[in-house]
Write a protein of this length. Structure first.
Length: 244
């Protein structure tokens, strides 16, 4: 379905939540062999362009704040201009880590936003179905994120020796976008920084406050590009569904 068709169909939808998007795109791509993963192509489009297009076409997203590195401000800005993304309103420099970068993005969102969706810039295969499901669930309960059941058996180990085999039926791989009430996420991230907590995602910050995060249905295709192998997988997935 083209972006134009999505926008035409969205006119007939009941008015939904106003959701800002913060795109975390300030990583150093250390595992990509010296190339910046956000600018590498999948099919005929750069990774970041695919990521931003899905957000730009979502009827519930009202603005997109891209948080990136200082050396990427110019090339990312040019990509946004070339692609005419109407909802990309700000492009800012991130912080020393993900938590500081997301906080920087949060400070730039509209005060009218009822929700904020934090999405990895390197997850270019996000579908509208996964995105909208997370937004609508967060509107109901304040915090939601897509997830998929873990396929592999997961073991806990110490010094190279297995100490426990975890119950696979209870394990989920959490993806992005992770969607929250803005004040909740800001409070959670500031508290995590104050406590010196090491976070790998934004849900963890909210969970530390004793607040549950609802899981919505993710998709195994919603992969994060981290290594060259991930690029190959993403290209194969696009070919499978007939996209370029």
């Amino acid at each position: 379905m083209t972006g134009l068709l999505r926008r035409l169909l969205s006119r007939n939808r009941p008015e939904g939540p106003r959701c800002s998007a913060v795109v975390a795109a300030a990583g150093n791509s250390s595992r990509m062999g010296g190339e910046d993963k956000l600018l590498l192509p999948i099919g005929e489009q750069p990774v970041l362009v695919r990521t931003l297009r899905t957000l730009d076409e979502c009827p519930y997203i009202t603005e997109i704040i891209v948080v990136t590195r200082s050396d990427l401000i110019v090339p990312v800005g040019q990509l946004c201009k070339d692609c005419a993304f109407s909802k990309v309103t700000k492009l800012i420099v991130g912080g020393a880590d993900r938590t500081h970068s997301v906080l920087a993005g949060l400070r730039e969102i509209s005060p009218k936003a009822g929700l904020v969706a934090v999405h990895d810039g390197a997850r270019p295969l996000l579908s509208q179905q996964v995105l909208e499901a997370a937004i609508l669930r967060a509107q109901q309960c304040g915090a939601a994120a897509p997830a998929v059941p873990v396929k592999d058996t997961v073991k806990r180990a110490s010094d190279g020796l297995v100490t426990a085999t975890l119950e696979r039926s209870e394990l989920f791989a959490v993806q992005t976008p992770q969607v929250f009430e803005p004040s909740l996420l800001k409070t959670a991230l500031l508290k995590a920084l104050e406590d010196g907590a090491q976070l790998t995602d934004d849900c963890s910050a909210v969970e530390r406050l004793g607040i549950g995060v609802a899981l919505t249905r993710g998709e195994y295709s919603n992969i994060k590009i981290t290594t060259p192998e991930d690029l190959a997988v993403a290209a194969a997935l696009l070919e499978q569904i007939g996209e370029e």
